[in-house]
Ligand binder design. Structure first.
Ligand code: GLC
Length: 414
């Protein structure tokens, strides 16, 4: 018998075209822009407190002659990922599409091509939903009202004409372009609304132009889903099942989202567990790579994606099953289920060579470690340390090799 359902239940689907978001759970985040040239951080201008004239001339150097979106999507497929989120405009204000609203854009670089169009066409060919990241903070556009909030200049810069209404017109005009000229869009991924402007008309426009587009919660309203980032949001740890649609995001690099030549990378084990913790709770996961200035993905990052992909494909049936929360006393274990099959997700390195699934006390027909496909020994035993607990017997699973990051144990119950 499968244990009773956990108290919380996964959120209902949207019931429209946006439901692709529940089918495709693991995506590739791509932070690309002028900042790939200094190769330090996507907020190069802000974090080094540069003046525009020290950063913006990079537009004369942007020439990614090795950019082949097909190669990016090959890497995505090897990783087992099924959708993309691409930075069309980060906080520096540089636009990676041929926007009619500005000259600070990719088609005014030596490269001259609309890199978003190239990516959108490749995504369309492969039926890979493409979400578009757009920063509300804009360090270039002259109407943006800088006032020293995060990512902003301390105040207006030479030549600026601060005017919030005009700036919001600019945003809407650009988002209309993005929702009109690039085929079907999977979503709009807002970021950095430090102005805290609320405006329901933006959402209405996106809905009308792109009914299948999911909208995140960093824009002008609460959006369709939450976006916990890296491990900053500690409240996520305690959750067993996400109550609203959620997409966690993380980068392969610890310091930056854009390409950083001297990056401090996460370990693949850490990332596997991070992905596992999110998916087992019913969330989606966006893993970021910063493409280099020549348009290619760094070999170190694609190597990591390949390794993650081999793992992800092996354990995916468990990661994408229905979230069931914490069914065992051991809080590092998360569960998912599919019919009579339970999947135990081992999200931290166990202290012992046995998984004790107390209070579960029923022997499964079969136990398998999805990571390797190998059978595990599962039996109900009476344990000395459980003598004063009810039940004093528990299901014990042995045979998960030490150091198996992202272990998923499949338990086929009667
Ligand atoms: C952080 C970074 C920002 C990046 C974002 C992605 O907020 O500061 O540069 O785009 O994460 O979620």
């Amino acid at each position: 018998m499968v244990p009773a359902a956990a108290a919380a239940a996964a959120p209902a689907r949207f019931g429209d075209g946006r439901d692709w978001f529940f089918e495709k759970r693991f995506g590739l985040f791509l932070h690309w822009g002028l900042y790939a040239i200094p190769a330090w951080h996507e907020q190069d201008l802000y974090r080094k407190r540069l003046k525009r004239e020290q950063y913006e001339p990079l537009i004369q150097q942007f020439n990614p002659v090795k950019y082949r979106p097909a190669e990016w999507l090959d890497a995505l497929e090897r990783a087992g990922m099924e959708y993309v989120c691409f930075t069309t405009k980060h906080i520096d204000g540089f636009c990676l599409w041929d926007s009619a609203a500005t000259d600070y854009k990719v088609t005014r670089t030596p490269y001259g091509e609309d890199v978003l169009k190239m990516l959108a066409e490749e995504c369309g060919r492969r039926n890979v939903p493409l979400c578009l990241y757009y920063s509300v903070v804009d360090e270039h556009q002259k109407n943006y009202p800088h006032a020293g909030r995060p990512y902003e200049f301390a105040g207006p810069q030479a030549g600026d004409e601060p005017d919030l209404a005009k700036y919001l017109e600019y945003v809407k005009r650009q988002v209309r372009e993005l929702c009109t000229n690039y085929g079907k869009i999977g979503g709009i991924w807002w970021d950095a609304n430090v102005l805290k402007v609320r405006d329901a008309s933006v959402r209405a426009m996106i809905r009308e132009l792109q009914p299948a587009a999911v909208i995140n919660n960093r824009g002008f309203d609460d959006g369709d889903y939450g976006t916990p980032e890296r491990d900053y949001d500690r409240t996520v740890e305690g959750v067993g099942i996400f109550e609203r649609p959620t997409e966690a995001c993380e980068a392969v690099g610890y310091q930056s989202w854009g390409w950083r030549a001297d990056e401090d990378y996460y370990t693949v084990s850490h990332l596997k567990r991070s992905i596992q913790k999110t998916l087992a709770k019913g969330g989606n996961y966006l893993l970021n790579v910063g493409p280099m200035a020549d348009g290619t993905l760094p070999a170190r990052a694609t190597g990591m994606l390949d390794e993650i992909g081999r793992w992800y494909k092996a354990v995916k049936e468990g990661l994408t099953a229905e979230p069931a929360g914490r069914l065992a006393a051991d809080a590092s274990l998360l569960f998912t289920r599919r019919g009579k099959t339970l999947y135990a997700h081992v999200t931290a390195e166990p202290a012992t060579d046995a998984l004790l699934l107390q209070p579960m006390a029923e022997k499964p027909v079969r136990a398998t470690l999805l990571n390797t496909g190998k059978p595990l020994q599962a039996e109900v035993v009476r344990l000395p340390r459980l003598w004063n607990q009810k039940p004093d017997r528990c299901l014990r699973v042995k045979g998960v090799p030490e150091g198996t990051a992202g272990a998923v144990v499949k338990l086929e119950m009667e």
